[in-house]
Design a protein. Sequence first.
Length: 423
Amino acid sequence: MEQKLFTELRPLYVTTKESPNEIRIRIRMRDLIDPEILRRAVDMTMKRYPYFCVELQKKEGRYVFAENHRPVVITDSLHGVDLNSEDSNYHMIAFCRKDNWIVLDVFHGMTDGTGAYEVVRTLLYYYCSERYNVKLKEEGIRLVGDEIPEEEWIDPVVSRTDLPSPKQNELMSDALNLITEAGLKEDHCHTVYSIAISETEFMRFNLDNDGSPGTMFSLLLSRAIAKLFPEAGNTIRIALCVNQRKALHAPLAHQSLVGGVMLEYKDKMRDCSLDKQATAYREMVFAQTQEDNVLMGIASFKGINGMLLTKESDQERLGIVSYINSLASKLTTATVSYVGKADYKEAEQYIRDFRLWTSPMGNNLLVEISAVNGRFTLDFLQSFSSPVIVNSFLKELDESGIIYDLQDVNELELPNIQLPWTM
C-alpha cells in the first residue's frame, strides 16, 4: 500500500545532518542481548507494523512511502546506520544492539513517542518471551495476527475536513534564549545529561503540590532558569508537548501527532509558593488543551503542509520550513516532552535503564521524560555542553527534597537521515 506524505512533510524538511529529526530509544536490558532472538523479535515486530516498513520515493513530484520488503536492519553497534540509505535497506526505521543495550531509531515525521512506544512494547514482548522462556500476558500489546484497524493507518489530520479556523496569531513576545541572551557558550557539542527519580516519590511530591509530571518538571525547570538569569528581560516560556490524538478522536493513529502548550513563568508568579505556581501552570495547560484550541493548532499545521504541497521544488519547501522554524524557535526557552507512563507490561522487570533521545530544535533545550519500571528518567538534550542549566535544575530538586541520581553524561549521537536533496 502506497502512502502519500502529508503529516510527515514539515518534519521531513526540518531534518538536517546536524539535527536529524528522529527518535532514538535506548533500552538497557538486565542481561546481554541474544542477537538471534533479537533478530526474530524484530522480524515479528515489523510484521505487525507494515506501515513502518516503507521506503521514501518521489512520484510525479510528490513524496510517498512505498512498501519496502527488505529486512529491517539490526547493527552490532550503538552508532546505528543512516536511515533511508543503502545501509538501512532504505528503511526509515532501524535497530542496534551492543552488550545489554537495544536501540530503536525511527524518523520522527513517521511517528512520535506514543507510536514508538507501541513498537517497543511489541518488540519487548517477543524478545523477552523467548529470551527468558516465559509466557508474558498479551493484553494491551499489538501482536502479529491482530487485525490491523483502519484507524492505525489513516492520517487523521489529512482526513479531517471540519477543523475550526485557526485563530489569528496573537503577537507573542520573544522568549529568553539560553544561548544568545543568557550568555551560554554555543560550542556545538550536542550533549545529554540523564537524571533518574523515583516515580513513587515524585508522584507523592506532585500530589502535595497540586502538580502533574509534565507541568511540575516544566515548573522546576522554569524556576531553575529564572534563578540563573534573574536580570533577563525576555519571558521564560516552556513549550510542553501535547498528544493530539485525544482531540482528533484518533487514539490508534501511528502518525507524529504532537502539539504544544506555552507555559509562561510570569513575573507575578515568582514570589508565589510552589503549589500556587503549579496550580497556575496546570490552569494554563487546561485552557490550552481544550479540544477546540488543540484542533485550531492542528488546522494551522495542516495549512502549512498544504502550502508546502503547492511548491514545486524541494528548495522552495526547505526555505518555507526554515523561515517558519526560525520564527518559532524565538518563542520558547525550552521544551519539555512527556509521553506518559510507558507501561511495557511484564517485560519491564527485564529493563535496567531507558532513554528517549531526539534533536533539540535550534538552540533550545529539550527535556525528554520517560516513566519506565518505577522511575522517571529525564534526558536533558542540549545543543551545547555546559552543565549550568542541569546544575540549577538539580539544585531545585535538592531544595524540594527530591532525591535523584545523575546517571551519566553522553554525546547526543543520532544517526543521519539521508534525504533526496542531500544525496
